[in-house]
Design a binder for this molecule. Structure first.
Ligand code: MSP
Length: 501
């Protein structure tokens, strides 16, 4: 089966921040997990470069929009390897191939009769030569950039007949209760459709920074239509010579934040229907990261958690783990450096890291570094019964935090097992040799299974650990607790999560 998963594409008028990192990490966890299961995966991310905010930010810095876009797109692109993101492509909406495809698809929407010319009215800044949207203008209707009074103006725009898609969208929602997840977001989107839809502006007449409207070159497409189409256009040129559209369209999962639900759950499927293209299978909506004080993160409040700071201090795996563990995926959550430290010490260093290092040390000390080739403990095995299926079932619904919790319960189970079996008491007693061997083999199997399942969350540390126990395979078939070990060699491992000052 093919599995096509995307993040939202980031605006390049700002810098990469924790919200962006969060979405990329969560999407990467799902992509890596599906690859483990042998699915053919394509994972797309990128940057959204056209539109007023980028043109405005460039103007404020006295440079061309393309220059600003080039500079900032690089910063977003550079974020991906630092997060260990396994994206297959990075799209920029200023890519020529993207722009040409946007024109082609929207021309079809036009030719299919879903577009008409109408009058658009809004708040206009003569210095920006641009309309401002209601939620960005300052008090007394002033420009957010120039702070001058905006004027109420009209212009001719092309409109998309969104209103005619109310019924088709209601049918889509009726037939696909998982079209939007989680459920509260599905209800929100459906209620929006049920309230009735208004046509939306598809073009801007006075802007130049965008994709030109092919049938009216004085206009550019409204940035959201250009941006949404990235999910489709990328497949045409991401890999030269390969027909990715046939393999991967429609997308399996769009992962997005709650602020852009309407565009993905309403505009996007309507646009695809208008272009006679299949609609995506699921839109997964995550919540917002807030500062440790529970307020929106902002520099002026001093409550910003910077992804680069966390990576520098604790490592990429720790950041990935922390975000997936501490913020229930789908809901909002507060994040802060103290909470990162607490999870790092209590769970990564003391639970998982310690389990790994003591298991390996005991195998080295008591059996010269060879995992005994004996039966594993049936009772411990039972506690892992059904685990891979349960984890897969949760991740099929993007429930990344619950899945991680199931795995973590086994980390704790194995630590308890060490205490119960106390290998250091068995070791000196020759009559307990069998019990000791079974204990060591079972622990090795426990950390192997746990590490295979944790791999999508913490790719680097789990790879190191699996290598150290001579069992590097990460495919999902190997996530079942085996009845026997075949006698692999282990080697000592530097602490996975060293203590920090
Ligand atoms: N460019 C649009 C998306 C176009 S998709 C066709 C956009 N860009 S954005 O840079 O503002 O946001 C990108 C993604 O990051 C969105 O899904 C958004 O919800 C998410 N986040 C931005 N800030 C966030 C938090 N503080 N917390 C979690 N995610 C948030 O919207």
């Amino acid at each position: 089966m093919s599995f096509y998963i995307t993040t939202a594409i980031s605006y390049v008028n700002g810098e990469p921040h924790m919200g962006h990192a969060y979405e990329v990490i969560a999407t990467d966890v799902l992509a890596r997990h599906m690859r483990q299961r042998g699915e053919e995966v394509f994972f797309l991310t990128g940057t959204d470069e056209h539109g007023e905010p980028v043109a405005d930010a460039a103007r404020a810095q006295g440079i061309e929009p393309k220059e600003l876009a080039d500079r900032n797109a690089e910063r977003f692109k550079a974020l991906m390897p630092r997060l260990e993101a396994s994206n297959d492509f990075f799209i920029r909406t200023s890519d020529e191939q993207h722009m040409a495809k946007v024109q082609e698809v929207l021309q079809r929407v036009h030719d299919n009769g879903h577009v008409y010319k109408g009058l658009y009215e809004g708040w206009y800044c003569p210095q920006c030569a641009d309309f401002k949207v209601e939620n960005e203008i300052l008090e007394d209707n002033r420009c957010p950039i120039h702070e001058i009074a905006l004027t109420r103006e009209q212009e001719e725009n092309w409109f998309f007949r969104l209103s005619t898609f109310q019924e088709p969208l209601q049918r889509l929602y009726g037939e696909n209760p998982d079209f939007v997840m989680p459920r509260n977001r599905f209800n929100e989107a459906r209620a929006f459709v049920d309230r009735g839809l208004q046509d939306v502006s598809l073009s801007r007449g006075r802007m130049q920074w965008g994709v030109p409207v092919p049938w009216d070159p004085g206009h550019v497409f409204y940035v959201w239509f250009d941006a949404l189409l990235n999910y489709y256009t990328a497949l045409f040129y991401a890999r030269e010579g390969e027909d990715l559209v046939a393999r991967f369209w429609p997308a399996t999962y769009h992962v997005i934040g709650k602020d852009i639900l309407k565009f993905h759950a309403v505009y996007w499927p309507a646009l695809l229907m208008a272009a006679e293209l299949p609609v995506p299978r699921h839109v997964f909506v995550h919540g917002f990261l807030l500062g440790a004080d529970g307020r929106k993160m902002s520099k002026s409040l001093g409550n910003v958690l910077d992804p680069f700071q966390v990576i520098d201090e604790y490592g990429t795996d720790a950041l990935r783990f922390y975000l997936m563990r501490d913020v229930a995926f789908g809901g909002d959550g507060s994040v802060g450096i103290d909470a990162v430290k607490a999870r790092y010490e209590a769970e990564l260093a003391n639970e998982y890291g310690n389990l790994a290092s003591r298991t390996i040390s005991m195998i080295v000390r008591y059996r010269q570094g060879t995992i005994p080739a004996v039966q594993t403990d049936g009772e411990l095995a039972q506690d892992f019964d059904g685990l891979p299926d349960a984890v897969a079932g949760l991740l099929d619904r993007a429930q990344a935090t619950q899945a991680l919790d199931l795995i973590w319960q086994r980390v704790r189970r194995c630590n308890r097992y060490v205490e119960e079996r106390a290998p250091w008491r068995l070791a000196p007693d020759p009559a307990a040799a069998d019990a000791l061997e079974q204990t060591l083999a079972s622990l090795a199997e426990g950390i192997r299974v746990i590490s295979v399942l944790l791999h999508p969350y913490m790719p680097a540390s789990t790879t190191r650990l699996l290598g150290a126990i001579g069992s590097p395979a990460i495919d999902y078939a190997g996530a079942a607790f085996a009845a026997r070990w075949s006698g692999a060699r282990v080697h000592q491992l530097e602490p996975l999560f060293p203590k920090r000052a």
